[in-house]
Design a protein around this ligand. Structure first.
Ligand code: PSV
Ligand code: MN
Length: 388
């Protein structure tokens, strides 16, 4: 077993981006429950996100979703974030909430709708120029519900055309990440359903286009760590949207449903060179807190990623390689499981304290009284909600 002290410096390089929308209300199509203190503005979302970073040291940036987080002055918003100790991160486009997109956006049969969708993405890149963001994240709700409803191939061609116009507008240091999802909102087919389609589309664009892997966007039983390995091998893993799921795209706290899967994914990230300062892989959360408190939900999430990262770093790679080479099936599995079962919680608490962070960020945040203060202070106004 690798000693915890030998991974301490590697842990210090971890950065996990928070989604602004995690701080707003969300729910299902049945009900969105409000919570006292929920942010009404993007500034309040950033203020809450900064709490997560202050208590964990793990979340220095916040992803924005456009138009939900639209403001007049992005330079001022960036300065506001900096005052709080965080920065503005990935810009997420949104072509899924306007009536005009009922039958698709970049894949729509009508050139006028495609034009509108492309222009939205160009506007997102203008915003990236102002915020200094590196990544544009594209997730498309495009798809169909019934066999025969659309021409599947023609839509791939239109998608390629739209993406290449967006790609051409990227600055030298900017990137595009294309997210895939196997179903929802469309149920028969999605235009970007899987990593292979995303890969085929981004590979045709060029080196600044990569795949975004949302851990909740696969059929049950999918070996996600295999996809991670393959995308790293191909040099096309751009980012993660971390969350966990029991049934569909549940957007639950990462590591809650299946901590072992998170460990396996992070091990492939580490083994494939996707972890560390020079890595091109962005770690982000994409979660919604329907019934739990949002800020502690985000703190729990980044701590879960950190805990499984520590275990993944603890795998004795030499012993594993030796067992693999010797065909020692149970020996190799034993080395792997040994790291997973190692309880790193006390070591992580000491590691935090040695860096001026609370040993128990959940308890320290709860004791701070912040939730009570925002519940009292943020009276009136309209709470942000998923989609608002
Ligand atoms: C789609 O389900 C998705 O995962 C995309 O990342 C969206 O932009 C995000 O959720 C919105 O919550
Ligand atoms: Mn996502």
């Amino acid at each position: 077993m690798t000693a915890f002290s030998s991974i301490a410096d590697q842990l210090a390089t971890q950065a996990i981006e928070l989604p602004s929308w995690a701080f707003g209300n969300s729910g299902t199509r049945f009900k969105v429950f409000g919570t006292p203190g929920t942010p009404r503005t993007v500034q309040e979302k950033l203020t809450d996100a900064a709490q997560v970073h202050a208590y964990t040291g793990l979340a220095p940036s916040v992803a924005l979703h456009i138009p939900w987080d639209k403001v007049d002055d992005y330079t001022a918003l960036g300065a506001f974030a900096a005052e709080l100790g965080v920065s503005l991160g990935t810009i997420n486009s949104n072509t899924f909430q306007e009536d005009v997109y009922k039958f698709g956006s970049l894949t729509h049969v009508d050139p006028a709708v495609r034009r509108r969708a492309i222009d939205h993405h160009l506007e997102c890149i203008d915003i990236m120029d102002a915020t200094g963001s590196r990544d544009l994240k594209i997730w498309l709700a495009d798809g169909s519900n019934y066999p025969g409803q659309v021409d599947l191939r023609a839509r791939q061609d239109r998608l390629a055309e739209g993406l290449s116009e967006i790609y051409a507008r990227l600055g030298e240091d900017q990137r595009l990440v294309l997210e895939y999802k196997f179903f929802e909102p469309a149920f028969y087919h999605m235009d970007v359903p899987d990593w292979g389609t995303s890969y085929a589309q981004v590979a045709a664009l060029g080196p600044k286009a990569l795949v975004c892997l949302d851990t909740g966007h696969h059929a049950p039983g999918t070996n996600i760590e295999f996809i991670v390995m393959q995308l790293l091998r191909l040099g096309k893993l751009g980012s993660f949207d971390f969350n966990s799921r029991f049934y569909a795209d549940d957007d639950l706290i990462v590591g809650a449903a299946d901590p072992f899967q998170l460990f396996r994914i992070l091990f492939e990230v580490v083994r494939g060179g996707g972890y560390g300062p020079g890595s091109p892989v962005a770690f982000m959360l994409d979660q919604c807190h329907n019934v739990e408190e949002k800020i502690p939900g985000q703190i729990r999430s980044v701590l879960n990623v950190q805990e499984m990262t520590a275990k993944a770093l603890l795998v004795d790679r030499d012993a594993l390689a030796a067992a693999e080479a010797a065909g020692d099936v149970l020996g190799a599995n034993g080395v792997f499981m040994d790291a997973f079962y190692t309880d790193v919680r006390a070591d992580l608490a000491a590691w935090r304290e040695s860096r001026g962070l609370p040993a128990d960020p959940m308890a320290a945040f709860a004791a701070s009284g912040y939730l009570g203060r925002i519940a009292a202070d943020r009276a009136g106004g309209t709470q942000s909600g998923w989609g608002a």
